[in-house]
Design a protein around this ligand. Structure first.
Ligand SMILES: [Zn+2]
Length: 522
């Protein structure tokens, strides 16, 4: 059998690993490359293998860096099955639709910029009021809140300018979804005549799975295990990453293992519940809003879950919670639909008492933009959870516009804020002001063409990460009942992947860090 690494090789995104044996060509994940725009766009455009020769896809979970190119491979002729867990299938529907919409609007914006560029040129070389310039100016005017796509298209065509097409659209997503086959965990799924795959819990996000591919290659039994992304033990809602594999899955010829935090530790785990409790009580006492930017998938539901627990325990005043994220609301419903994957604690705390952790009196899902606007002006103490997680776009920015300059409000940071994002500036400036005892002029943040003093209190809670850290990754190997022949370290920045490979070697494992398109025979 040949295994080739077509993504997430010495980087974090674009997961895609191809296992070829006999008549089978099985792809583990089909993820999108993310990061620097131009570079990723180039890598995403074309598969380095023949899309229509892939026979099946095994999908570890619904995150876009693992599932984001499924619609593209489908568009390019892949017609096999996409095999995943039931929860992953349900989450995929919304994340892939969302991804298609982002692709479409990104392409529309780039085309708008091309047309605008032509207008600037015309303004320079000819009369501003030339017919051409006027036509472009007309085409660039939005219709309502939206770009006039048809008019912009016509301008590009008339001026012989190249048009950017989205990687895929909502129709491609529909076709992709019809190819998905969803199964429970620990249920062997037949692939062709020589293979089976079985999913074990990965504890990373709802539906995430460790896959073990069982094959017969020229009469010889082989096992390839793919961790996908590994979660942390003792997280709310989800079961811990599986350590107990069935007897026939314990001898692994090749383990393809993630290494996002292969060279780092998460640090002291903070008690999320205690910190969240403190933030809610402060907001209540100050008569303010507790504003939480959060990713729509994962973080949002963990917050709702813990808040519900605190309400049931009567540990905090029952402030109304508003989830102001249309995508977040849909995904929260999916969480509610899949109690079969909850851990023991969730069963005890909620299900045994006949409660749905994600549906209770105090939680409200804002539906329309009008409702969201009304909420921004709400004066009574309340909690808002909204996206995007890094405050780069979305409704969270509008909430910040209304709340950031008032000292009675609290902005709670619960997620990773990447460099150069608005969320990172908010976090850094806010924490600096807090650490200096809020003395002197407050920091200023610029957005929506205005400057706002950051007077709301910024609080950070760590410990929400969905990825195992170095020690937990090693812990997974040591505590599980797997006997592993060889480990391919993927899904980590080069430094992290190489460092983790070294750690593994020191521990006596045979490990290596494949490069893009590198392959090995097992
Ligand atoms: Zn992930």
């Amino acid at each position: 059998m040949k295994v080739t690494f077509y993504g997430a090789a010495r980087e974090v995104t674009g997961s895609a690993h191809l296992a070829e044996f006999g008549e089978n060509s099985i792809l583990f994940d089909c993820g999108m490359f993310q990061g620097r725009r131009k570079e990723s766009a180039k890598k995403n455009k074309q598969f380095p293998f023949k899309s229509d020769s892939v026979t099946d896809i095994i999908l570890s979970h619904a995150h876009i860096d693992h599932a984001g190119r499924l619609p593209l491979i489908t568009k390019e002729g892949f017609g096999g099955r996409i095999i995943c867990t039931r929860a992953t299938a349900d989450i995929c529907k919304y994340l892939l639709e969302d991804s298609a919409r982002i692709q479409e609007s990104d392409a529309a914006y780039l085309n708008y910029k091309t047309a605008r560029g032509r207008l600037y040129k015309l303004n320079k070389v000819s009369n501003k009021n030339s017919k051409s310039a006027q036509r472009i100016r007309e085409a660039l005017k939005p219709v309502g809140q939206k770009l006039n796509l048809k008019a912009i298209d016509e301008v590009l065509y008339e001026h012989n300018l190249s048009k950017i097409k989205p990687l895929y659209d909502v129709e491609d997503v529909k076709r992709t979804l019809s190819g998905i086959e969803a199964y429970p965990y620990r249920y062997p799924i037949k692939i062709g005549k020589d293979a089976e795959v079985i999913f074990y819990e990965a504890g990373h996000v709802l539906g995430s799975a460790i896959s073990v591919l069982r094959i017969k290659d020229n009469g010889v039994e082989k096992r390839v295990c793919y961790t996908g992304d590994l979660g942390r033990p003792d997280k709310p809602i989800l079961r811990d990453p599986s350590l107990n594999f069935e007897e026939q899955d314990r001898n692994i010829d090749l383990l393809i293992m993630e290494s996002t935090y292969g060279n780092r530790m998460h640090g002291q785990t903070e008690d999320i519940k205690i910190k969240l409790k403190k933030a809610v009580v402060s907001a209540y006492d100050q008569g303010g809003t507790l504003l939480i930017p959060a990713f729509a998938f994962g973080r949002t539901q963990e917050l709702i879950y813990v808040l519900h627990q605190l309400y049931d325990e009567k540990a905090i005043p029952k402030l109304p919670i508003f989830l102001d994220s249309p995508l977040g609301a849909k995904l929260t419903k999916v969480f509610g639909d899949h109690p079969e994957v909850y851990d023991q604690e969730a069963h005890k705390t909620f299900l045994e008492r006949g409660e749905n952790p994600f549906s209770f009196k105090e939680i409200h899902f804002t539906k329309s933009v009008a409702e969201s606007m009304e909420l921004m002006r709400e004066e009574r103490p309340h909690i808002v959870i909204s996206s995007s997680g890094m405050c780069e776009a979305g409704r969270i920015l509008h909430h910040l516009r209304y709340k950031i300059h008032n000292r009675k409000n609290i902005i709670l940071i619960v997620g990773y804020m990447a460099q150069n994002t608005f969320g990172r500036r908010l976090l850094d400036k806010g924490m600096e002001f807090e650490n200096n005892g809020r003395i002197g002029e407050p920091p200023v943040l610029n957005f929506f063409n205005k400057s706002y003093p950051l007077l709301a209190k910024v609080v950070k809670i760590g410990g929400f990460s969905a990825h195992a850290d170095k020690e937990e990754l090693i812990g997974f190997l040591k505590k599980s009942n797997l006997n592993i022949k060889k480990i391919a370290v993927v899904h980590g920045e080069e430094e992290s992947a190489l460092s983790f490979t070294d750690t593994l070697k020191t521990d006596g494992y045979e490990a290596f860090t494949p490069r893009f398109k590198e392959n090995l025979l097992i």
